[in-house]
Design a protein around this ligand. Sequence first.
Ligand SMILES: [Zn+2]
Length: 425
Amino acid sequence: MTSIAYMPYLSPGTTLHSAAVINSRMYEHRTKASTRQSIYGRSQKGATGDIFGSGIGKVTKRLFDPSDDFRRILEQHTLFGIYSRTMPPVLAGRLASQLEAGDRSHFRKAFRGHRQRRIPRLATLHLRSCSRCIEEDLDHLGFTTWRVIHLIPSIAHCPHHGLTLLDEGEPRTATQDTWRLCLPGEQPTKRTSVGAARLPMSDGYASYLNLWQDVFSGNLTGIAPHPWMLVMDAVIRHFGSIGHASAELSKSIRRLWGVSLEEIASALEIPDGGLFMQAEVEQRVQASYVASRLIVVTALDELRMSPPRREQGPHCTPLDLSEPTPFGSWLSPATQAELREHTMDANFPPALFRELAKDVSRYEIDANVHIDRIMIEKYVESLPDELLEVMFKEQSWSRSSWLAKELRRRENEWSQNRSLTCRTC
Ligand SMILES: [Zn+2]
């Protein structure tokens, strides 16, 4: 096993890929494979693993202080620092442990939720750089570094300087899932090709860029699933109805961004297209869709209804939040709370637990909130027996309801298992 004798300080926000390049420079004889071996403890391809933080347990031991908290390294040096902020804490914790162990296959799964086929792209195919960041690095460090935040696919400009980002070198492809061991400014560049480059520079887009920094620093706490649910509840209360709230927020976005919601959605690859605002207010968007959530925040800040932040800036007027609103006509508060907790921890949006409190079938839920019925089926199979039994007792359910059907399935399974055990005993 190789160990790293010396590494320059990696400031927060620098990618681990920078560390790999710097390391290979310090030991010139090293091949790409042995460089990877020395940092990640494995030589195989998969350079994107480092942008998601796969194998962070070994990386922490080799690149940082071995006693350092790998979760901090994940948050400061990988895209986990972005995407984990909108995940339910349970899911973020599980994903962090999987990444520590070197398994990055769960990163996309953590996004799956109810939109099986429409996962937004999580990282750019090209490495990207900003010429002002390069100058600052050279002044302060003497060498250039890659920034995690530049690899977010739904921005086209540096959030620190506002300059158009430049695509560097060759993009990753499916067959060659790796970036060259180069630092910013060392490869041929061209203007970034992402859709966000089509959007005009506007107040809305500028605050959206700033919000990505707030997400990465952990400041914008209000976009995590639970507080975001309370934010949307408060917005609906303020405007009186879902329709009115959606119309007012859409108006604010058009004013701030200077283009239609359809154009924004298409440029930023937002699922739901121009209807994303409606979907957010109806609370049926999975929390991990960060870009659409941040567009909504630009409108909320402008309307002086800011979601919670760790530190509120002078431009923010925080929204007054209340306890979660009751749902389900007959379910007791304790049952509601348990159903809500289970559903949100499984990374489903609030619209699902509200539907599950109704006497409806999976097909009806699918039609009402656009959550795939197969995913609903799998999810309800994971709910505890006790919760389903209490729900069954507290209100009335028809034979075709999702709950009656799931209870019948459990009964059948139970009696089959029982007859199998009897045959063997
Ligand atoms: Zn910059």
